[in-house]
Design a protein around this ligand. Sequence first.
Ligand code: NAP
Length: 236
Amino acid sequence: MSTQHQKTAIITGASQGIGAALVEGYRKLGHAVVATSRTIAPADDADILTVQGDIADPATAERVVAAAVERFGRIDTVVNNAGIFVAKPFTDYTAEDYAAVTGINLDGFFHLTQQALPHLLTRGGHVVSVTTSLVDSPDSRVPSVLASLTKGGLQAATKSLAIEYATRGIRVNAVSPGTIKTPMHPDETHEFLAALHPVGRMGEVADIVDAVLYLETAPFVTGEILHVDGGMSAGH
Ligand SMILES: NC(=O)c1ccc[n+]([C@@H]2O[C@H](COP(=O)([O-])OP(=O)(O)OC[C@H]3O[C@@H](n4cnc5c(N)ncnc54)[C@H](OP(=O)(O)O)[C@@H]3O)[C@@H](O)[C@H]2O)c1
């Protein structure tokens, strides 16, 4: 049963893939979790509250923060995990692609983090975002400017926000993954994707969960962009 003594994490993009595993990871750490996505189903666990909504919509952030405070009485962590990836040559991107990718990847981060921050200030807290290693190591085989535009923005904002709140008990970090085996990537793409990594394989969801939980429990680490990418950002 939750009390105000139990830390609470909000996790976006929590219906599948990395986000769903992060919900389990934070529960194992003992946190209550508010899990959100457009289609997320109710959970059996009384310490997991699910809230449906489009993360690009500021009204979703309002509902998620209000639900967290009403149910668990506090917010300690925001995990900005929801994201989409559209790989196309630059001039093939449509206005719809641009709106969708910036809406979910950037607006989602902005609205939720901004609305949750006053609650994080109460006891100190953590904001952690999931970006992509392509920001720091673009690859000619995967043209994806919109990923770099949005996740690169998140990485820059991570450092900026870390510094703005460094003296007020809020840490801000990011995990920058290589390609991870999730429903985002159909099985038939795995061989091609594995070969993009110096280690010759894709990452597992657990690699990203472990990295987020490390940052969660590392009180001297802030403004860090932790690459979990099989060597991609080191070179090829
Ligand atoms: N997998 C990779 O190789 C990889 C690599 C680098 C970075 N990443 C990043 O890691 C994060 C998680 O990736 P993943 O592979 O686990 O993705 P995924 O399996 O495609 O899951 C995406 C999640 O985001 C939610 N979502 C999508 N659009 C949404 C919207 N408009 N509003 C609210 N929620 C929305 C989805 O739930 P609903 O459909 O229910 O809304 C789902 O829970 C993303 O930010 C992604 O960019 C992934």
